[in-house]
Structures are given as C-alpha cells and as structure tokens.
Design a binder for this molecule. Structure first.
Ligand code: PEP
Ligand code: MN
Length: 333
C-alpha cells in the first residue's frame, strides 16, 4: 500500500503518521521526491482503515499495490534509483559501459583487457573468477586468485570491478569487489539473495534463462527486503525456440522494467547473442531502448579464450562499439 502526502505536510505530521503505521506492525518506506512524498507500507495492510487514512488532512491519496514486489516497485519510489558503484553512477540518466573478459585467465590477459577497455571509455571492468559452466570438465575459473588479479587491475587502472558470486560461503572474498554479480543460473538462489541483502554491496542481478520479469523483480525484492537497495537489473537474453543465437535478447524488457521499477536496467548483448558480430548492433539497440548501461565481453585473444570466445570482442572491435554506443546516447539526449 502507498500513501501519498499533500505538499504542505510537516515532518512532525509525517513522523506521527509513520509511528501509527509502525505500531500496526508495518514496515514503512519513505520516498521523498521532488514533487511528492510517498509512504510505502509493507506487511499485512488489511488492518489499515483506508477511509480513515484518506480522511486525514495530510493525505492526498491512498492506493493498494497489487504487484507482489514492493521495494522494487516504481509506485513506491517514483524517481529512478541511481546506484553508485565505486564512484561510477548507474541509472537516472547515468549510463555505464562495463567491459572485460568472460573469465579472468592470467595477469597479462586481465591487465591488457582492463587498460584497453578503459582507454575506449569503459567505466567498470568485468571478469569472472567463479564460472558457472554447463560442463564440469570446462574451466571453472581461477576463484580467489582471479579476484586478486581483478583487484590488481583495479589498482592499476582505477576501474571499479564486477565479478560473479556463486556461493554464499564466498561473500567475504568479494569484500573489495565493487559490484557483485548474481548470474542467470543463480537468479533464484534465494539463500544467496537473502545473504546479499544483508550486505551493503551493489548487486548486479541477471535475469534467469527462463524467468519472466515478475520473477526477476521478486528476486530483486529478496535482496531489497534484507535492507540492500543497491540493485541493478540485467537483461541477458532468454531461452526461446530460436537456435541461431545463443539466447533471445528481450529488449522490450528494458522499457517494461523501467515502467515497473525504479532500479537501473542494463543489457548484456554478449550472452544474449553468443555471437561477437551481433554484439555491436544489439549494444546500439540497447542504448536506444533506454538501458542504463551495457555489459560487453572483451578478450585480447578471443580465439584462445577459456570461456565464451565466440561472443567476445577484440579490444579494437570494442573500441568501435563503445564509441558508437556513446553516439546513440548523445543522439537521444
Ligand atoms: C557472465 O556474465 O559471465 C555470465 C555467466 O552470464 P550469465 O549468468 O548471464 O550467463
Ligand atoms: Mn561469459
């Protein structure tokens, strides 16, 4: 349920109203926008007498929220959320290009890619240290050593880093990782989401291969319900009957999510297509669709990559894509 306050409501009036709600056992969220203050209520709101509430002099309107996601709901928080990732803002008009290898393989590889993508305008460096591979015989990532190499690349370039967590027991290893990624395969690992909700780290939550947007938002809700509101959503393609591409990029997810939620939404055209030559057009389309960023896989030697070489761009290809994406952004502004 949300209660919209009238413009003249004083802080004292607002506080005593919030106390009243809290005494009913409700969780209270205040969103102070430029024009409106919205009080969001979570819990059993059946006890709230709507008519009584509407009759109060400081109340403009009261509405029940039918969607099961509350904290993530735009009705709770009308303005775009801006998530600060190690000094880089994402959302609310702030666009970020995230780039780097699928997996961290060697110091030389991660350093070369980090320097190249930074020079081309990337704002964050990605790299997997824990890899969720379909086959147990494939490269599983350098794990803690991979995180160390990313941290070295961060010290060298100043780029904040993004890396995927797979296991709740590894949270401590990610203490200096700026943006913790929850991959598609773990989107509904609810214990992991709850544990991340107790941290103060920004979380990049990727859409599951076979999950709809409501399920994605409910997973975001798991993190936010624990107190961590710093969530960025990522559309990375879904499984359909099409087989020419690795997944099907659901680009309409971007404007739809922007309607439904205040959280930033980025697009991963690399995993969505699985084909490096399609990454440019889908990155441009993502920027045009209003995404708050793109995440692109880049490798210094894609043919020899230990993971996802076929969808990885060379640094030269990435340079062109990054420049063209920024041109789309300028054209829109
Ligand atoms: C990744 O970003 O490296 C990754 C494994 O992505 P996804 O979870 O979207 O497959
Ligand atoms: Mn990958």
């Amino acid at each position: 349920m949300i209660a919209v306050l009238k413009q003249g409501a004083t802080k004292q009036q607002r506080d005593s109203l919030c106390e009243w709600f809290k005494n009913m056992g409700l969780e209270v969220h205040i969103s102070e926008g430029k024009y409106k203050t919205i009080i969001g209520l979570i819990g059993d709101t059946s006890k709230v007498d709507i008519e009584l509430l509407e009759s109060l002099s400081i109340i403009e309107s009261v509405k029940r929220i039918s969607e099961p996601f509350k904290n993530a709901n735009r009705k709770f928080h009308t303005e775009d959320s801006v998530v600060d990732v190690g000094g880089v803002k994402i959302g609310g008009g702030n666009f970020a290009i995230i780039a780097g290898p699928c997996s961290v393989e060697t110091r030389e590889q991660v350093m070369a890619v980090a320097k190249a993508v930074k020079a081309s305008g990337a704002k964050l460096l990605r790299g997997g240290a824990f890899k969720p591979r379909t086959s147990p015989y494939d490269f599983q990532g350098l794990k803690a050593d991979g995180i160390e190499l990313l941290l070295e690349a961060k010290r060298e370039t100043g780029l904040p880093i993004v890396s995927e967590i797979m296991n709740i027991n590894d949270i401590e290893l990610f203490r200096d990782v700026d943006l913790i990624q929850v991959g598609a395969r773990n989107m509904q690992n609810f214990d992991l989401l709850k544990a991340l909700g107790k941290t103060d780290k920004p979380i990049l939550l990727k859409r599951g291969l076979a999950n709809n947007l409501k399920e994605l938002l409910m997973s975001a809700e798991y993190i936010m319900a624990g107190g961590n509101e710093r969530v960025i959503l990522c559309e990375r393609g879904i499984r359909t009957f099409e087989t020419y591409t690795r997944n099907t990029l659901d680009l309409s997810a971007v404007p739809m999510l922007h309607e439904l939620t205040h959280l930033p939404v980025i697009v991963d055209p690399s995993h969505a297509t699985g084909i490096s030559r399609l990454v440019e057009s889908m990155s441009l389309a993502a920027a045009a669709s209003g995404a708050d960023g793109v995440m692109i896989e880049v490798h210094n030697d894609p043919e020899r990559a230990l993971c996802d070489g076929a969808q990885s761009l060379t640094p030269e290809q990435f340079d062109r894509v990054a420049k063209r994406v920024m041109k789309v952004r300028e054209a829109l502004s």
